[in-house]
Design a protein around this ligand. Sequence first.
Ligand code: GLU
Length: 313
Amino acid sequence: MTLVPASPIARSDTDALLSKPYIGRFAPSPSGPLHFGSLIAALGSYLQAKANQGKWLVRIEDIDPPREVAGADKAILASLEQYGLTWDGPVRYQSQQTEHYEYVLTQLRQQALTYACQCTRAMIKQQGGLYLGTCRHLGLTDKNNAIRLHVKQGITEFTDKLQGRVKINPAMANEDFIIKRKDGLYAYNLAVTLDDIDQGITEVVRGADLLEPTARQIGLMQLLNAPVPDYVHLPLAVTKPGFKLSKQNHAPAISDQDIRQTTWRALAFLGQQPPKALMEEPQENILNWAISNWQLDKVAHQTEQLLTTEPTT
Ligand code: GLU
């Protein structure tokens, strides 16, 4: 017997039915304005989401007040809007998720997967730089101490869709890492993992400076029985080897004047070979061209890429 569908289903609909919906994200810390380096991460994650008919979420990772700059969140969002990088749904602020972080932390604590640690950075440095589990069996109280996750089997390898097979030094992979700091702030690895799970992120596209912590994040997801997303780590824009454009290095904010040229240069950096004439088109056309022609495989498969032109125009 042959089954004939009642009404023919278009190929794209069939594809959509078969594959899980794509949800990507851009997750800046509000420690400074959007600069050319973070624009690469924003644009790369946006194009990968849109080329996959997916949603693109924006999450402000404001869990580290000492490193934040007042108003940087608004400035980042304004730049994204100016560049036409429109996000789906409301912006999530991590500072509003702390109850959830505490809830999961309590669950981990109840499963005896956490412990308090009083070691200082200097003490750990003296022991060779990696934490050796010194406080694991001391039964210290959480108050005024850092909280570490007891890593029973660290992730030593994973696959990145751009960087290929990534191997992590086993000692580092098995290190019991901090999930809540001594000063009471939640650690990046805990917050980012819980939000990626909670927001149903299917693919994380970000800069290659976060390649190493990915192993910890995957480990935590597995511990929580959550599905692990795909990972794409984009090359970092460097002015010379090892010198990435970053807020810490005081990279200048992206231009609010030369938006089309800056977008064009970001596309070129991402290996998309935009035609010269595209630079003269309205921003909307540039983004539409970029979505239709987006090829992840054209992005350099390396963790750093030298900037050939000045980051500011
Ligand atoms: N908030 C981090 C940063 O701005 C990025 C986190 C992530 O993409 O996982 O460096």
